[in-house]
Write a protein that binds this ligand. Sequence first.
Ligand code: NDP
Length: 479
Amino acid sequence: MQKILNFIGGEMRAPVSGRYFETDDPAVGAPYALVPDSGAEDLELAVAAAKKAFPAWRDTPAAGRAKALRNLADMIEKNRAGFARAECIDNGRPVAACTAVNIMRGSANLRFFADEAVRFSGEKFKTEKIESYTLPQPLGVVATISPWNLPMLLFTWKFAPALAAGNCVIAKPSEVTPMTAYMLANLANDAGIPGGVFNVLHGKGANIGAAITAHPDIPAISFTGGTVTGTTIYAAAARQLKKVSLELGGKNPTVVFNDADLDKTAEGAIAAGFSNQGQICLCGSRLLVQEGIYEDFKKAFIARAKEIKIGDPLLEETQHGPMVSKAHMEKVLDYIGLAQREGGKVLTGGKRCIVDGRCKGGWFIEPTIIEGLPMECRANQEEIFGPVVTIMPFKTEDEAVALANGVEYGLAASVWTEDRAKADRVAAKIESGIVWQNCWNARDLRTPFGGVKKSGVGREGGRRALEFFTEEKTISRIA
Ligand code: NDP
């Protein structure tokens, strides 16, 4: 079985303890690689290497840091097929989507933050008497902790701005999907990233993740993951007054008005509901449809869900792969059972499905649509994070807004209507960090990204990410 290694000080290193655990290929339902079970000793090595590398990296001109990030992007693109295959085996996302989204967004993230590194600068202020300017300065050794659902995309999204701003990084990918982070670390030296600047530690959240959070020489943590984990990290970080950025869960509404373009909206709602088997924080898992088109829309939505091609994720034509792990599949199936006990009617899907051949042991769940649930039930309140969409009617604009806002989360929403003024009114009233109008997941990397309520604290994206990874110093003199 392939053994993954940590990357510390520019070298591949086995965990000090010598302990590994297995990681699975969810499409076949069996282990395929060994992952370091890193702990505090590995973290000490990484922090020492990062501290040593920091002064030179901080003092490297932005253009030099940008060049290293662009080199890494070039190398990813050159081996995009290898990265996509690895991500597909590790995570289960179909290979075509892995290539187009996970891997190519990975390299796009690096290129984007390479550009930001060069653009980023302080501000100038002047009164009649005083002139001032600010110097944004990197923090030192910072940590990024990322989840399993979009491994390469989120891993790069977090460490690239940290490096761009002149920090050294300790990056912890999810224990469930470590492979592409390992492959990327293998390229770092050749990309021209000096040893110690970029370190990757694999292992379990409760061990290495918690050790990173508690380490006194790591002043900032950028975290993407579940709300429960985020809350634990926030509390631990508070004890040392660390800077924390938290991108957490969602229970996002897709709001469809009577005047929406039915075909375009049904297509968009399918992408919102079922992309990556519903395992995207931005997925629209609550479909709210105005009563005038409710029945027609429901029919169109169900028909499209039934057409989604479930299968071996390594085949180009597959649109719907397995859930990331057996435990996660079981959690999602439990929620489907719960939704039925809460009064929901399964309109399509609702079960584990068996894919013939190589994938017969895989952890697949059918795209599932459930109707008839009240907004306050658990299935409509808690993040299921699977291919499960609940559908419910509404009468008025005010009711739509109330239903959209009737959860503890507030990450993203989409609003579908041909009436621009209504789209703007509703977008302004929905409690979430992002609202899409007649589209879903259209991303301009310069725009702020993040949630309100239990979906997070802070904003990523564009210069905001570099602001997080720097402290501004103000310098003033009498004019
Ligand atoms: P988790 O919160 O379980 O894990 C996220 C990361 O945190 C993993 O690397 C995990 O390690 C690590 N971790 C776990 N426990 C600790 C701890 N005590 N201290 C430090 N680190 C820890 O999330 P999932 O991986 O299950 O990802 C799914 C969640 O992520 C969903 O809720 C989803 O909505 C959210 N998400 C949010 C996004 C956003 O931008 N708002 C984007 C994508 C996902 P390990 O894997 O080893 O347990």
